[in-house]
Structure formats: C-alpha cells, structure tokens
Write a new protein. Structure first.
Length: 264
C-alpha cells in the first residue's frame, strides 16, 4: 500500500503506484489473460499474452493488488499457503543483516537447506548466526481467511496451492511431504469454487522425485519462480516457468522483460 515500508526481502513487496504503472504498460502492450487459457493455448488475437500470478497470499496483495485487478477487470491466479493465513510474518521478511536491512543471500541458502525453509527452524538458525529479526508491517503479513474470502469474490480470481506451510519441498520426504501437497488442495476445494489443481513450488524448488509425488497428489500443473516466458512448442507441465518481476525493477527493465529480451 502507498506510504508503507517494505520488510527485509524488499524484492517481494511492490509499491502500489508501481503496480498500477506496470498494469498500464501491460494494457498498452499485451493481452492479460486467464492462466488456464494461456496453458491451454486458448488465446485470441495478437500477443504477447500475460497471465498474472501471486504467491504467498500477502495481505497487501490480497487487499490492494487483487482489488486493483478486479477494478480493471483483469484475471489473476493466487497461490495460497493456507497454514500461514492469519499468522505471523514469513521468515524471509523478518531476518536481516542489521546493516542493509535486507536478507543475506548466504543465509538464505542455509535457511533452505539446514532449515528446510520452515519458519521456526530458520529463525533458530538466524539467532545462532547473530542476525536481526525484524518486526513486519501489517501489509507484509499473510492475509486472513476473511480477507481471502472477500478477495475471492472477484470473478476473475482463481486459487491454487502453495503447499500448507511453505517449506522447501526439495528437502522434505515421506508423510511430511505428502501432507504439504494434499492438505492445501483439499482445504481450498472445501471453501472456494474457483480452485484449480495447480501448485506453485515454494522458493521455486522441487526434486525429480517430488514431481512424481506432485502428480500422484492430483496436481495438473506445477510452477517455478523463474525461467522466463513460456516457450513455444510446449513445456514440462510440472515445471512451468514464470517471469519474475521484482519490486526494484525499473520501468525500463519492465519494458525489456515485456519485450521478451530478458528472462528472469
């Protein structure tokens, strides 16, 4: 939201005015389409075609970003981590080096391997490393169930899964892994109408063995964090690339990505 500060992982929290400006550019130079249409090749007219997705169900995205899209009549897909709704801040928004205010890249790697991307485990590692743990503004907390329910009334919004508690799936095995896959999809179907059997992998990480489990769990599509534009001629349906738009991206950088000159 306007006038609000970004937490430790600045790249994930786009200013409201910047988001609106980017939507203006998309409306001028692309067609914004439902993700299902893009995956099925059901696009009409001249491209490029863009499907907008959000991960994590941040309060700011749910209450401000999705509202702006609904106002403009654009579709979107929100990948939800139900076990985090209404809870505390995500660890990557809290852990800071105490100097730059950002998340140290080296610690992020340790958090995903040793801490398996799990919040309490990662915060314990942060304490051992002497890193700061910050308070997080309200807009950077996970949305509540009530806020999600309100946003889901928009006709163009589709929900998918983002696991139950946002672990690193590449570091999990057995029943723990299966619960992270099965529980969110069941939960979403019990509460919402427009749910698709899609999953966005936390941190963009999944192992080859994990892909097989994702398919057994009933998912029809799995999404990475990065990889760039969808290639012509098809793509692995459980490793579908996306074009990441970090918060610090300039207008010129956004246009370069939109032109297909750079993947991310």
């Amino acid at each position: 939201p306007a006038g609000q500060a970004a937490p430790a992982d600045h790249s994930l929290h786009l200013a409201e005015a910047t988001f609106r400006a980017q939507l203006d550019l998309l409306e001028q130079h692309a067609q914004i389409v439902p993700l299902a249409d893009l995956l099925a090749g059901k696009t009409i007219g001249e491209g490029p075609y863009v499907a907008i997705t959000f991960d994590d169900a941040y309060r700011g995205a749910v209450t401000v970003g999705l509202r702006e899209l609904a106002h403009r009549g654009h579709p979107a897909t929100l990948f939800v981590t139900p076990g985090c709704l209404g809870g505390g801040a995500f660890w990557w928004d809290r852990v800071s080096d105490g100097k730059t205010g950002g998340l140290p890249p080296a610690f992020r790697e340790r958090a995903l391997s040793e801490g398996r991307g799990r919040g309490l485990d990662v915060l314990g590692l942060a304490a051992q490393a002497g890193l700061s743990v910050l308070d997080v503004p309200a807009h950077a907390l996970p949305a509540s169930l009530e806020e999600l329910t309100q946003a889901a009334q928009a006709p163009g919004l589709v929900l998918g899964a983002h696991t139950w508690t946002h672990p690193n799936l590449a570091a999990l095995h057995g029943p723990e892994f299966e619960e992270e896959l099965l529980r969110p999809l069941t939960w979403l179907h019990q509460r919402f109408d427009r749910v698709r059997p899609w999953i966005a992998y936390p941190y963009g990480l999944i192992s080859p063995e994990g892909e097989a489990a994702v398919e057994r769990a009933g998912y029809e599509a799995g999404f990475l964090v990065s990889g760039g534009w969808l290639p012509e001629g098809g793509w692995p349906r459980l490793r579908i690339p996306r074009l990441n738009i970090p918060a610090g991206l300039s207008e010129a950088g956004f246009i370069v990505r939109l032109a297909g000159l750079m993947g991310a």
